[in-house]
Structures are given as structure tokens and as C-alpha cells.
Design a protein around this ligand. Structure first.
Ligand code: UDP
Length: 316
């Protein structure tokens, strides 16, 4: 019997890569999305596959899936600062009400559930690099609060189902991830810089660019998720690439990689923008035997080629 897995946010950047991976592993995949930020083109190639089914559904409403389920991956949510500023209420609802519905579904089906949490639970961190036992520094009423607090609630609710109902739960804290199928218009630094380089626009660095991020290639992240789901560990695990870089150096790296002669322009730093971010991945190494394999140089090259194709296709 094939294992059946429900993936919410299946038409999104991460959800679509996860759908591909679980199909390739021989699972029956049920992809669910309401296309608020997802794009059906990301999973169109899976539609002819006999083991793939798509439901267009908003998980903040009661979720019904016929038949048995072995696993649930909850990846539905706006996930870029621009998106959750535009959709604050939906962001809060999918992290809270959506999570509650999916935990209820997992319980009804006796399925194991993995929820997508985020490095944003650490807020603008006072501990560096971030370890899972750090509680974070989050402004609940700032612009990022709608995402950060929804994800913190999601973790609390997931742990409550684990301790109170004995549900099999997994929590992954995802750090900045990139790769093909990332949206070009989500306002994030990486796709924005690459798009600006391709389209011959100035590269917009916010603040003085001294804030840092650590970028993980999507295939590495998917491998970490796969291992965590199949592990027996229920506490949060960071998955990300610890290779940290300042945003200014990152902009310079993109200019060099793409061979553009665009200049860097400084723009105001958004409110509550975290000044540093780097995962401590000791736990992932010890518990999952996982560490990232794709360097930023390799990953950026693949992503750059992908974006060039997307932008060329749009031009027709
Ligand atoms: N950033 C930037 N220029 C842009 C977009 C973002 O300098 O055009 C900065 C942003 O202020 C942040 C970092 O790049 O410090 C990473 O931002 P991103 O939106 O990718 O995600 P975050 O890690 O903040 O959630």
C-alpha cells in the first residue's frame, strides 16, 4: 500500500518541491492550495500523475479529505514580508485556524503532521547563531508580528496536540530558502536582486546592508524536511544553511555572478527587520544526519538560469 500524504500550500514554492519529492519517493500526494500566493503552474506537471490529486481549498475552513492519511505537511501561508503586510489577517488565520483544522484532521486520520515554522519565531534575535532553545525577541504588534506570532501560536498548538492528544507531530524552523519557482514579485532580497540584475535595474539594498541572512538551497531544505518527517523527534529543528552573509555583500555577489554593471542603491530599512540571522544546525546534524550540500554559488547559478527563462518567457 502506498503511503498517502496531504501537502497544504502545494502550489507554493516549497509545497511544489515537496510534492515532487514525495511523488518521486512513491507516495500518493494530495496537494491543497487556495492560490492566494501559490501558482498552479508550479504543480501543473504533476496533474497527469496517477498518484497526484489537487484540491483547491482554503485550510482556514473545515478541511475534509476522503480516505486514509498517513502524513500531513502544513506549508500553506504567505511567507514573505511584503505578502504578510498585504495579507495580515489571512496570514494570522492560516497559521492559527488553519493549523487547528489540520491538527484536528491529523487526529481524526491518525496521521503524523509536520508543520512549517520559521526562523521568524526568533524575531530580531539577541542570541547568535540561533539555537532551538532560544525563545526569541518578537514585537507582537509590529508589521512582522502577524507572521511571527501566528507561527509561534502554531508551534504552541502543535505541542499541545502532541502532549494532550499524543499526536505524532514534527516542527521545522525554516531559515531563508531559495531556488527555482520562488516568486519574482514577493519582495524578498534574493529574487528581487536577481530580477533587478536580469532586467537592468538598480539593486535595492535596505538600510546600510549590514544586516545578515543565511540562504539555503531548496533541495537541501526538502531533504531536511523528508528526514525530519520520518524521524521520531517531536521538538523543533532548525533547517537552514549556516553560511551567513551581509545583504550588502550579497548584492555585490549577485552583481558579480550575473555579470551585470548595475549599481547598488540604498533604501530605508523596513521596521523590525532582523539585524542578524544564522541557524545553529547542531540538532539537525545529530538527530537527522543532515547538513546542506549545495553552496550559495551553485544554488544561485541554478536559480539565476531559472529566473532568466521565466523573464524571457514573459516577454514572449
Ligand atoms: N532586502 C533588501 N532589498 C530588497 C529586499 C530585501 O535589502 O529589495 C533586505 C531586507 O530588508 C532584509 C534582507 O534583505 O534585511 C532579507 O529580506 P527578505 O525579504 O529576503 O526576507 P527576511 O529574511 O527579512 O524575511
Amino acid at each position: 500500500m502506498k503511503k498517502r500524504i496531504l501537502i497544504t500550500g502545494a502550489a507554493g514554492f516549497l509545497g511544489s518541491h515537496l510534492s515532487d519529492r514525495f511523488i518521486a519517493e512513491g507516495f500518493e500526494v494530495i496537494g491543497m492550495d487556495n492560490l492566494l500566493t501559490g501558482n498552479i503552474a508550479n504543480i501543473e506537471h504533476l496533474f497527469p500523475h496517477k498518484d497526484f490529486t489537487y484540491y483547491n481549498h482554503d485550510v482556514t475552513k473545515f478541511v475534509h479529505v476522503p480516505g486514509n492519511l498517513d502524513y500531513i505537511l502544513h506549508f500553506a501561508s504567505p511567507a514573505s514580508p511584503i505578502d504578510y503586510l498585504k495579507m495580515p489577517i489571512q496570514t494570522m488565520k492560516v497559521g492559527s485556524l488553519g493549523t487547528h483544522n489540520l491538527l484536528g484532521l491529523a487526529r481524526a486520520k491518525n496521521a503524523r503532521i509536520l508543520v512549517a515554522s520559521t526562523s521568524e519565531v526568533y524575531g530580531d534575535p539577541k542570541v547568535h547563531p540561533q539555537k532551538e532553545d532560544y525563545w526569541g525577541n518578537v514585537n507582537p504588534i509590529g508589521p512582522r508580528g502577524v507572521y511571527d506570532e501566528a507561527k509561534r501560536f502554531q508551534e504552541a498548538m502543535t505541542m499541545a496536540y502532541h502532549t494532550f492528544h499524543g499526536l505524532e507531530t514534527r516542527i521545522i524552523r525554516i531559515f531563508n530558502t531559495y531556488g527555482p519557482r520562488m516568486r519574482l514579485d514577493d519582495g524578498r532580497a534574493l529574487p528581487t536582486f536577481l530580477r533587478q540584475a536580469i532586467e537592468g535595474e538598480d539593486i535595492t539594498v535596505f538600510g546600510d546592508g549590514s544586516q545578515t541572512r543565511s540562504f539555503c538551497y531548496v533541495d537541501d531544505l526538502v531533504e531536511g524536511i523528508y528526514r525530519l518527517l520520518l524521524s521520531d523527534y517531536h521538538l523543533p529543528v532548525n533547517i537552514g544553511n549556516p553560511d551567513e552573509i551581509s545583504i550588502l555583500d550579497f548584492a555585490k555577489e549577485i552583481i558579480e555572478l550575473t555579470g551585470t554593471d548595475q549599481k547598488i542603491v540604498l533604501k530605508p530599512l523596513p521596521k523590525d527587520d532582523p539585524m542578524v540571522r544564522q541557524p545553529d544546525i547542531t540538532k539537525a546534524k545529530e538527530i537527522l544526519g543532515w547538513s546542506p550540500k549545495v553552496s550559495r554559488k551553485e544554488g544561485l547559478k541554478i536559480t539565476f538560469e531559472h529566473f532568466k527563462k521565466v523573464i524571457d518567457a514573459k516577454k514572449g
